[in-house]
Design a protein around this ligand. Sequence first.
Ligand code: ATP
Ligand code: MG
Ligand code: MG
Ligand code: MG
Length: 465
Amino acid sequence: MKSSEIRDKFLKFFESKGHSIVRSSSLVPGNDPTLLLTNSGMVQFKDVFTGTDSRPYTRATSVQRCVRAGGKHNDLENVGYTARHHTFFEMLGNFSFGDYFKRDAIQYAWELLTKVYGLPAEKLTVTVYIEDDEAYDIWAKEIGVPVERIIRIGDNKGSRYASDNFWQMADTGPCGPCTEIFYDHGAEIPGGPPGSPDEDGDRFIEIWNLVFMQFNRDEAGVMHKLPKPCVDTGMGMERLAAVLQHVHSNYEIDLFQHLIKAAARETGATDLENKSLRVIADHIRAAAFMIVDGIIPGSEGRAYVLRRIIRRALRHGHKLGQTKPFFYKLVADLAIEMGGAYPELEEAKDNVANMLKAEEERFGETLETGMKVLEAQLAKDATGIDGATAFTLYETYGFPPDLTADICRERDISFDQAGYDAALKESQELSRKGGKTHKDSKVEYTGEKNTFVGYDQLTFSSKVV
Ligand code: ATP
Ligand code: MG
Ligand code: MG
Ligand code: MG
């Protein structure tokens, strides 16, 4: 089943259940200055859930373009490492604004997955919030899921991907338990069921999250029952496509295979399994759609997220031996794959390509020089990159520390984040006191030094894992 059919079937199913089909909103949230990028289907409905906005419908369904590459949800560093994470992805969702609740939401999800998409019920495992007996009973008694495949999950146990089945919009406001549906890709794939110590693996892949907004948490942390509970669900289109196309990884679905082949064509890579091709294929989607939605590469906030994504892709191209601009050429391939579903992409594709090309030209020399300096340092000491070197790479050559960290992680060598932070701080203090900073930069800055824009705005999470 192709992506277009998957989207179509989803929307039609919920339309048949009385939902209004709502178009995807922009990646730039229109109603929330604290959020860098739209990261789920509920973002455009946030004010409807809190009651400060209203719509002419109480049931909605959408296919929302999302980016998770900064801020609270950051999957940038999972790309290329897991079978299931992208920076950009499409979220299929259905929403109830004070209309139906747990019973209908669970029944709809089950009917759609097993009857419409035809997934074998025995491959599905579900989780419920540890205290949510109501959801547990619906799954066990009404749907008939065997109790061995209903797992109660508490709060996040601190694992990187750990399931956390209690959702909250913020410290105060609407919140409630979730129930999630996982697909078992088979015993040959490493990983355990949700809640188990090795749940981080790619065997049991979470496909759908159903959130039940049931409470309102006040300033004192007390939870009050909402008079009209709501439902917010999200299912990753690419994860569902992988299941329906009988492949394990999202990167094996038709859409990604075409982009990976295009990336191979433009970089000269011959091994289609190469991780760098996956990263490039992922990043062209995020970069192109962010530009479509009006973001321009820059040094702060979402503009900086875009720049980081582009530069990561270019570094992977460089790794594959491509030192000339190539990334922008993939926009045409992306438009073939996704221009039908997103006419705004088709319309803007030339502008998008031009902007990417300019960014590639701007960064080309920095990348080339930075890589040479980095390799020279690693020839002297192959165990890792110390903070001072990482800082020099950045300050003198304009080579971003997150790329240095990324390279270290890839090669399984150390990256001294604390040392880098200390060097940065020292330099900032020096310049605040009027001291000289590096004036003899070998590579001219283009004015986009990646000063940290604040941890609340953008998590600089380049720690080596
Ligand atoms: P995971 O635990 O796998 O990181 P999540 O719990 O963070 O996923 P949710 O916030 O519940 O994800 O989002 C709803 C759905 O969106 C998920 O069930 C999944 O199908 C999909 N999804 C989430 N993050 C990504 C991503 N980075 N790439 C592709 N699909 C994603
Ligand atoms: Mg996640
Ligand atoms: Mg999860
Ligand atoms: Mg989830």
